[in-house]
Design a protein. Structure first.
Length: 172
């Protein structure tokens, strides 16, 4: 498991606010990539409050990769591990959702984002992937891509408020 970087420490905030470098598949074995995904997922799941997305730079790794796993009522959640993600299309339609962040503990805020996006990237086997997503998943993907670009949700939130941590993630 990894340690989550937060804005509470100046050096960590500085790292969080810089653009992560592209993931170079040639520098990692399949096992190292699988271990990276496993460790990021475990770090995200063990966080309080429970995380539903985690970017590599949130755990001090300068690489463009994130994991996301959104609980769904009555279904096993799908784990997404996306390397070198890029938002290639955004809807004109907007949606406002309340967001929080493991790197910004105890702060929540409403963020307006495109309601639907198309995200391109690579899976763990360096295969090109494309997702057309909406709702909570679109917000999570945009939140994580922002992280990889050095942008935090508090930079986009209209207003923020403090909240006590919850033990579980929202379900969709």
């Amino acid at each position: 498991m990894y340690k989550i970087y937060t804005i509470e420490k100046k050096a960590e905030e500085k790292f969080l606010r810089k653009r992560a470098v592209d993931f170079d598949f040639s520098k990692f074995s399949k096992k190292e990539i699988n271990d990276l995904i496993k460790n990021m997922r475990q770090t995200m799941k063990n966080a309080v409050p429970f995380g539903i997305g985690l970017s590599a730079n949130q755990v001090g790794l300068d690489m463009r990769v994130f994991v996301a796993e959104i609980p769904q009522k009555g279904k096993k959640p799908k784990l997404y591990a996306i390397f070198n993600p890029e938002i290639v299309k955004k809807s004109e339609e907007k949606a406002v959702l309340e967001e929080g962040c493991l790197s910004v503990p105890g702060i929540w805020g409403n963020v307006e984002r495109p309601a639907k996006i198309t995200l391109a990237g690579f899976d763990k086997n360096q295969k090109k992937i494309n997702f057309k997503v909406f709702g909570v998943l679109a917000a999570v993907f945009q939140h994580e891509v922002d992280h990889l670009n050095g942008v935090l949700f508090i930079d986009k939130a209209k207003e923020t408020h403090k909240s006590a941590p919850e033990e579980t993630a929202p379900e969709i």
